[in-house]
Ligand binder design. Structure first.
Ligand code: ZN
Length: 285
């Protein structure tokens, strides 16, 4: 299923994108798309049955804002340098263990919302990422298969990053990752049953129409199931938590000088095979 949330910021209602690409209202079936729903098999089954029966009300998509596909996100854990090609372009050795940092849930905006270039920023950069949404409480998992079994679904994430704040202003990376609006998410959450192989998805990102990132999750150093297993040794992952699993090559940081960092007026579009597309216009904070 493709689950989403539509409406003005803070007042989104749950919706479903049906097999014909039409928007259906879910607010009569579930209160929201969140961790509580993803952990509730009976509620998910009610949604599925209503969708299959075709009796969910149609929503007029005209002018309707798409919000982030998940409410009440507990935490966002990010994996750095998780693609062989991206590690090469940044001159970093492939890490022997996953590199981890945190992003605050309040950085999340809708997939087509405005993104703000922070004040004093000179190095705002883009990163298309496969986001993993947790559906079962995960602690001390023992296998990659078990890691995958705790995944409820997938979405497109934009891990917007300020490289000077991240790297040149003193630790930690979090400083360049938590600026307001720095985590567009969506358009929809695709349930795991509709993603045949999370390690075989094409990821693309364009800046002002020019293709900058053209990667595949097959390049991930630590695959999704291993990332979930690994993280669960250090923290408990709860339903509705999000993991941004790293970005492929093609970011501004990896480009020759002068590096093409983002400025107000730039338009970034990103897409992951089967998970939809985002478009953000950048403005000054
Ligand atoms: Zn990232």
């Amino acid at each position: 299923m493709k689950l989403l949330r539509v409406g003005t910021e803070g007042s989104e209602r749950p919706a479903l994108l049906d097999a014909d690409g039409a928007l259906r209202d879910l607010s009569g079936v579930v209160p929201d798309i969140d961790g509580a729903l993803l952990a509730d098999d009976a509620a998910l089954e009610r949604v599925r049955a209503a969708a299959d029966a075709g009796d969910l009300p149609l929503l007029d998509a005209t002018g309707l804002r798409i919000g982030p596909p998940l409410g009440r996100i507990g935490k966002i854990v990010c994996i750095g340098l998780n693609y062989h090609d991206h590690a090469r372009e940044t001159g970093a050795e492939p890490p022997s263990e996953p590199v981890m940092f945190m992003k605050a849930p309040d950085t999340v905006v809708g997939p087509n919302d405005t993104v703000l270039v922070p004040r004093a920023s000179r190095k705002t950069d883009w990163e298309v990422e496969l986001a993993v949404v947790i559906g079962r409480t995960a602690r001390y998992l023992e296998s990659v298969e078990d890691g995958l079994a705790h995944v409820a679904g997938y979405a497109v994430a934009h891990d917007v990053s300020e490289r000077e704040f991240q790297i040149e202003r003193g630790g930690t990376w979090d400083k360049g990752k938590n600026c307001e609006t720095f985590n567009p998410l969506g358009p929809w959450l695709v349930t795991a049953d509709e993603v045949a192989d999370p390690q075989d998805l094409a990821l693309k990102l364009w800046v002002n129409g020019e293709l900058k990132q053209d990667g595949t999750t097959a390049e991930q150093i630590f695959p999704v199931g291993e990332v979930v297993r690994y993280l669960s040794q250090f923290m408990t992952l709860y339903p509705g938590d999000v993991i941004n699993t790293g970005t492929p090559a093609g970011v501004a940081l990896g480009a020759p000088e002068p590096k093409p960092f983002l400025r107000a007026g730039d338009v970034v579009e990103l897409e992951i095979e089967g998970l939809g597309r985002q478009r953000q216009e950048f403005k000054d904070a």
